[in-house]
Design a protein around this ligand. Structure first.
Ligand code: GLU
Length: 442
């Protein structure tokens, strides 16, 4: 197989959210799996809605997720390429000028619907001769341009996720590619770029399936073979509704603020709706190794914030120290002792305070705890200290199980539950342990 070249093509008109991260992730994983290239392309031809701050936010979010790009492009800087492609389509008769106003088009649409016919553009503009066109232009009308779909062309494609697909061209109007103000529509600029950057696989959301038939015709009209397509099923929430309405709360920025781990977002989105289990990962490598369109189900995938929070906690539970050293101001022993009790990295602060103090101990049975303090062994302490010390206390006091361990934990940590005491005790150290067992703040 030739080396794949893929692209993630967000419009910088808003923040990245879980839906479009999924497309970015599948592109990135696919490129990495097959030694290919991943291009970040900003579809920013809509000058009103595209904003540099959204671009910066998208870059920051992708970098945070670990999805670096090999090349970054902006459509707004490539207008000369679109002009050239437009002129070629005009010369070959596939792009034709239309002069209807939006009101006239709406009127035609309504009339067709009233007749029970599909509201497909009637190609009236194709029948205008040069004189009629110049008369319209002399009235001040500026044309928009439509791509003439070839109804005899078979545009079936084998979607890598959905299998054989096709769009019935007879039910589609010739798409507008150039607006009356000369600006281009995404479906056209995307094809020009996909050709010029040698995109081998277009991996994107299922909402673009309906564009694909016309786009395949555009590839061919511009003398190129179409790439392979993989349309990812949409994500839905627990009630089966689309996520888009709630994207605000599911933006990557929001998830980051909530303390969700980036690897958890990737682990969940890569596996959701596939035949592989969702499991925490310590790097993107296992996701690279298992990405396979054949394992992606065709049905909408159910996304749940609770599941994401759960995967995020489990990600921390297995995270090696090297992966958090920069973000967590704790040493390795503390990290390994407490990571299994974290929901988010922010919880680390609590356990750091428990170890470093000062904390107010909770005293349940002062006499027993005084006895415990008196039998603390001399340092150095290690992972076996807790066991030998508590075994000695068990035989001296006759206590066992909860009656033995619970008062010790409460006094030493000030909490009912927490990480394994065998790991915590040597980190707390003899001086603080003794004070806490005696009820002193330490
Ligand atoms: N700019 C388009 C979008 O954000 C890209 C679609 C595509 O990948 O072709 O939906």
């Amino acid at each position: 197989m030739p080396v794949p070249v893929v692209r993630f093509a967000p419009s910088p008109t808003g923040f990245l959210h879980v839906g479009n991260v999924r497309a970015a992730l599948f592109n990135w994983l696919y490129a990495r799996r097959h030694g290919g290239r991943f291009i970040l392309r900003f579809d920013d031809t809509d000058r009103q809605r595209s904003k540099p701050e959204f671009e910066a936010a998208i870059e920051r979010d992708l970098a945070w997720l670990g999805l670096g790009w090999d090349l970054r492009e902006r459509q707004s800087e490539r207008l000369a390429h679109y002009d050239a492609a437009r002129d070629r389509l005009i010369a070959s008769g596939r792009l034709y000028p239309c002069y209807e106003t939006p009101e006239e088009l709406e009127f035609k649409r309504k009339r067709l619907l009233a007749q029970g016919r599909p509201p497909v553009y009637d190609r009236a503009a194709l029948r205008l001769d040069a004189a009629a066109r110049s008369r319209l232009e002399s009235e001040g009308r500026r044309p928009h341009w439509r791509f003439r779909l070839a109804s005899d062309e078979d545009v079936r494609w084998h979607d890598l996720i959905h299998g054989p697909l096709h769009v019935d061209e007879k039910s589609q109007s010739d798409p507008v590619l150039v607006r009356a103000d000369g600006s281009y529509l995404y479906s056209f600029t995307s094809v020009v770029d996909d050709i010029e950057f040698g995109i081998s696989h277009v991996i994107r959301g299922e909402d673009h399936v309906t564009n694909t038939g016309a786009q395949i015709q555009m590839f061919r009209a511009l003398g190129a073979a179409e790439p392979a397509f993989a349309h990812l099923p949409l994500l839905v929430d627990a009630s089966g509704g689309g996520l888009s309405k709630r994207t605000g709360s599911l933006s990557v920025a929001e998830l980051r603020d909530r303390g969700v781990e980036p690897l958890a977002i990737c682990a969940l989105l890569a596996r959701l709706g596939t035949s592989d289990p969702v499991e925490p990962v310590t790097s993107l490598e296992p996701l690279v190794a298992t990405i396979d369109f054949a394992r992606v189900g065709r049905a909408a995938a159910r996304f749940s914030e609770d599941e994401l929070a759960h995967v995020s906690a489990r990600t921390l539970h297995v995270m090696p120290y090297a992966a958090v050293r920069e973000r967590a101001a704790v040493d390795e022993a503390l990290w390994l002792a407490v990571r299994g009790n974290l929901s988010t990295l922010a919880d680390l602060k609590t356990w750091r305070e428990v170890v470093e103090g000062p904390i107010a101990p909770a005293i349940e049975d002062a006499r027993f705890l005084a006895e415990a303090a008196a039998t603390l062994p001399p340092e150095p302490w290690d992972g076996g200290t807790w066991k030998s010390w508590s075994a000695g206390l068990a035989s001296a006091s006759g206590r066992k199980g909860k009656a033995l361990f619970h008062p010790l934990r409460l006094a030493l940590t000030g909490r009912e539950t927490g990480p394994e005491m065998a790991r915590l005790l040597p980190l707390i150290g003899r001086m603080k342990a003794e004070k806490r067992l005696k009820g002193e703040k330490a």
